[in-house]
Design a protein around this ligand. Structure first.
Ligand SMILES: CC(C)=CCC/C(C)=C/CC/C(C)=C/COP(=O)(O)OP(=O)(O)O
Length: 354
């Protein structure tokens, strides 16, 4: 029987140090992988990761929170292996994640990510597509060149997660053109586009450390629900986040007509605010002037979403998914120290502001 984890929860864990550990372990291998790319893709990727600025000068830019590398190296410790065992998995997942960001920014027309102009804005759409593709290919290369049975199992899980991520993106984009999306459809889409890769990140180090499928699957369940909590918070930040903290444009999700959880939950609610929101969003969908809407017009939509209860419901959903994620850890035998760290990362995901 796995140990009862309750007593071990909520011990002080330095989450910043945990994220920094993932980043520090993964970055040299990530840089070596990116260095393999043909020019100018190596430079464009280095810009995306914040290692150089738009003029090609060395920089120490925001390379992202490194949640996935932190999870991947931590999961190696479930098996008793050193965190370093998870590094190829951490790098592979981070490469897939960044491939998806490059393509997503282009598809959404987003101009800001990680406090700077997006790759397609600086280097053009062709480079954003090519570098994204190249990072995706590198992810498999980094794993498969290990040549071990465990690496083959890890690559299969990563490929499955990548396909779900792409399915999720396709669903997300198709929902932008629909008046109505159910909460269930939205959760399925978010589970695909965000849950699947966080599930993989949470198990890939364990797989590389030799964990059996039952253990890896249970860790994936943790990561999947963590991903749903993560995306619910992302949806909140996409409407009400502070751009100085998120590093993205204001109202980015509303500008893109995203059927994110707050919007979908608000539309599903009963009441005058919900009905008014439905009318306004339907008119927006027909408007040829939408791209030129003012800050005030987006703020008015955000206020209606909140009045209809979409903000509160989404915050509650983040907490519900956080609870399910932590409960999934009960099925896995692991040192208390490792369990505390998985729990602390889940706590971080629901309180984060960026
Ligand atoms: C195929 C395709 C284009 C898929 C796109 C899927 C997609 C963009 C999903 C959103 C995932 C997400 C929450 C990203 C932010 O992660 P983060 O906050 O961890 O980012 P960070 O690394 O900058 O911290």
């Amino acid at each position: 029987m796995p140990p009862a984890p309750q007593a071990a929860r909520r011990t002080a864990v330095d989450v910043t140090a945990l994220l920094e550990r993932g980043r520090t372990l993964a970055t040299p291998v990530l840089r070596a992988a990116v260095d393999r790319l043909a020019p100018p893709m190596d430079t464009v990727a280095a810009y995306h990761f914040g290692w150089i600025d738009a003029q090609g000068r060395p920089a120490d830019g925001d390379g992202g929170k490194a949640v996935r590398p932190a999870l991947a190296v931590l999961s190696a410790e479930v098996t008793g292996a050193a965190p370093e065992t998870g590094v190829p998995g951490a790098v592979a997942v981070e490469l897939v994640h960044n491939f998806s960001l490059l393509h997503d920014d282009l598809m959404d027309g987003d101009e800001q990510r990680r406090h700077r102009d997006t790759v397609w804005k600086v280097h053009g759409p062709a480079q954003a597509i090519l570098v994204g593709d190249a990072l995706f290919a590198l992810a498999n290369e980094v794993l498969l060149e290990l040549g071990t049975v465990e690496a083959g199992r890890a690559a299969r899980r990563l490929t499955r997660a990548s396909r779900a991520l792409i399915d999720g993106q396709a669903q997300d984009i198709s929902y932008e053109h629909r008046d109505r999306v159910s909460v269930e459809e939205c959760l399925e889409m978010e589970g695909n586009k965000t849950g699947a890769l966080l599930a993989c990140a949470s198990s890939i180090g364990a797989v590389l450390g030799g964990a059996d499928d039952r253990t890896a699957d249970a860790l994936e369940t943790y990561g999947y629900h963590l991903g749903l909590a993560f995306q619910a918070v992302d949806d909140l930040l996409g409407i009400w986040g502070d751009p100085d903290a998120t590093g993205k444009q204001t109202w980015s999700d509303l500008r893109q007509r995203k059927k994110s959880l707050p919007v979908v939950a608000a539309l599903a609610a009963d009441g005058p605010a919900s009905r008014r929101l439905a009318e306004i969003l339907a008119a927006d969908a027909r408007s040829s002037d939408f791209a030129n809407f003012s800050e005030e017009e987006f703020a008015a939509r955000a206020a209606l979403i909140e009045e209809a209860g979409g903000r509160e419901w989404t915050a509650g959903e983040a907490r519900r998914q956080h609870t399910v994620a932590i409960e999934a850890l009960d099925a896995v035998d692991m040192p208390d120290r490792v369990r505390e760290r998985f729990t602390a990362l889940a706590d971080f995901v629901v309180v984060r502001k960026r």
